[in-house]
Design a binder for this molecule. Structure first.
Ligand code: ADP
Length: 248
């Protein structure tokens, strides 16, 4: 563990693939506990790669990635799984729910790697589903739910382990406007209780409504802007955890 206030910290992080694609080129980014961050940029700019490194689903080619105070490059796969199950919840554009399984079991799966007995997993899943307004859909399967409801199930699965960080990759990308707004308000509510939330979005309206917007292009951060309401806005810009925006 380190003494930094950042719950996510990348230093000069790069990611290159075998075919010579440089998906990330020296990214420096610090996110404090409790921030709500939009990650934007054109297709192919490295957004998903960045989220995968932060989510410890992939490793950086060079540089360092720290999550919840741990340098993930030195952790074994087993310890990375433990870190993920304790600290990180994921939400994806296309929900990633198991077809044919009830909403309770889909959400209970979020605790599969946390060594929680099945009965308790299901009890906690029911509570999480109530929290996202789906207490009346416990035994439905994904095929019986609307897109917005599926994403709320996915959010319940992400939050059931009470993670410090939620990483969402285009969570509204497959939804109509009203469902997308519902999903964003759930993510805001989670953030208001102290969860750090990073959201990839192509939707400028959503990005502009969030307190911090990090924009990528060609694998690098080209701007990092905060609104006045952001937790870091009143801190000195020299604070390495709270560097203000650079290029517009
Ligand atoms: P974005 O999420 O902004 O659309 P990505 O992070 O998915 O961008 O991709 C960044 C670049 O890395 C793109 O050029 C993409 O084609 C490439 N890339 C992503 N994943 C892989 C992979 N597994 N193998 C090779 N290239 C990849």
């Amino acid at each position: 563990m380190n003494a930094s206030r950042a719950v996510i910290e990348l230093r000069d992080a790069t990611k290159s693939y075998a075919d010579g694609v440089h998906a990330l080129r020296g990214v420096d980014l610090a996110v404090e506990q409790g921030e709500l961050v939009a990650i934007t940029g054109p297709s192919g700019s490295g957004k998903s790669t960045l989220l995968q490194l932060v989510g410890t689903l992939d490793r950086a080619t060079s540089g360092t990635v720290q999550v919840a105070g741990h340098d993930v490059s030195v952790l074994s796969d087993a310890r990375l799984s433990a870190l993920r199950s304790r600290h990180i919840g994921f939400v994806f554009q296309h929900f990633h729910l198991v077809a044919g399984h009830s909403t309770v079991d889909n959400v209970a799966d979020g605790l599969l790697y946390a060594s929680v007995p099945l009965r308790e997993r299901r009890a906690r899943a029911r509570t999480a589903l109530e929290r996202v307004g789906l207490g009346h859909r416990l035994s439905h399967t994904p095929g019986e739910l609307s897109g917005g409801e599926k994403q709320r199930v996915a959010i319940a699965r992400a939050l059931v382990g009470e993670p410090r960080i939620i990483l969402a990759d285009e969570p509204t990308g497959a939804l109509d406007t009203a469902s997308g707004e519902m999903v964003m308000s759930l993510l805001r509510e989670l953030n208001a209780t102290g969860t750090t939330v990073c959201v990839i979005t192509h939707d400028n309206e959503i990005a502009d409504s969030l307190p911090r917007r990090v924009r990528l292009r060609d694998g690098g951060i080209v701007s990092d802007l905060r609104t006045a309401a952001s937790p870091c806005a009143n801190l000195p810009t020299a604070d390495p955890q709270c560097v203000k925006g650079t290029t517009p």
